[in-house]
Design a protein around this ligand. Sequence first.
Ligand code: PBG
Length: 342
Amino acid sequence: MTRPAAPGPLPVDRPRRLRTSAAMRSLVRETTLRPADLVLPMFVREGATEPVAISSMPGVQQHSLDSLVRAGVEAVERGVGGLMLFGVPAWKDAVGSGATDPEGILNVGLARLRAELGDSTVIMADLCLDEFTDHGHCGVLDDDGRVDNDATLERYRAMALAQAEAGAHLLGPSGMMDGQIAAVRDALDAAGHLDVALYAYTAKYASAFYGPFREAVDSSLTGDRRTYQQDPANGREALRELELDVAEGADLVMVKPGLPYLDVLRDVAAASPVPVGAYQVSGEYAMIEAASANGWVDRDRTVLESLLAFRRAGASTVLTYYASEVAGWFADGLPPHLREFR
Ligand code: PBG
């Protein structure tokens, strides 16, 4: 049998056949999104009695301890895969003492979430000093004002123990110090916290897309993080970071930011022996919100399309400020204009 003549000079195949109906498109859909794939980053602010709005991230708040628990429970009931907690302390010092103090806001927040939620979700802790240092860097400084890698590792070890003791299931070292995964794993194991897992921020770039996060955590940073976070121009070193983090004991690895780095995500996902996640960061959230507020994009569809893109590129989990809201859409059965994301 020969094919019927094509409308042009060449025989053409017709991929549009697989797009003819919603049912046909659903049949051949390769990538899916589930609430359990999504992790909700949350902020808890010391001394807050009410949630405090973050102007550059409309809809996201610095929580009080009570509102943290309420919002955390709601997100888990809707089916999110986990919660990642960041602390906003009332006071800071050069070594970030609040990070290792059991009464520090992040540790208290973790304990509250664990007491309320037990093992029904995965409670994650940001393991980094930047929220707690008066200079705003992710580590401690040496006499010349440079970030001292190995002195910082000692602080991370202590911070890991405080977070494990507060009840975190999974720690996310995000400071980009060399050797941080090995140091933290060693500290946890020596203290008997064998089941506390590590979600390594493996490829983390020095990115302008973190802009709104600085407001979210009341950051004190004046300079930048270019001596420890990666150069946005480089893809290859993400694979070197992956190799090191896996060798040091990472249980999961992450690429951050998200959409501008899908190529890095794809490469890391192809090479990684452990699950890979991506972080849709504050600036990505803010851009979708700003364009939506202007009526320039359809917000809900843009949100789901962006999250689906991470899954297509190879992410098992996606950290996104939309996690709870999106899980709610799924929990209610998606509205008609979002059905294609089922
Ligand atoms: C550092 C940290 C940052 C983010 C998560 N962890 C900021 C930075 O590296 O400057 C950014 C997250 C976001 O922008 O949503 N602890």
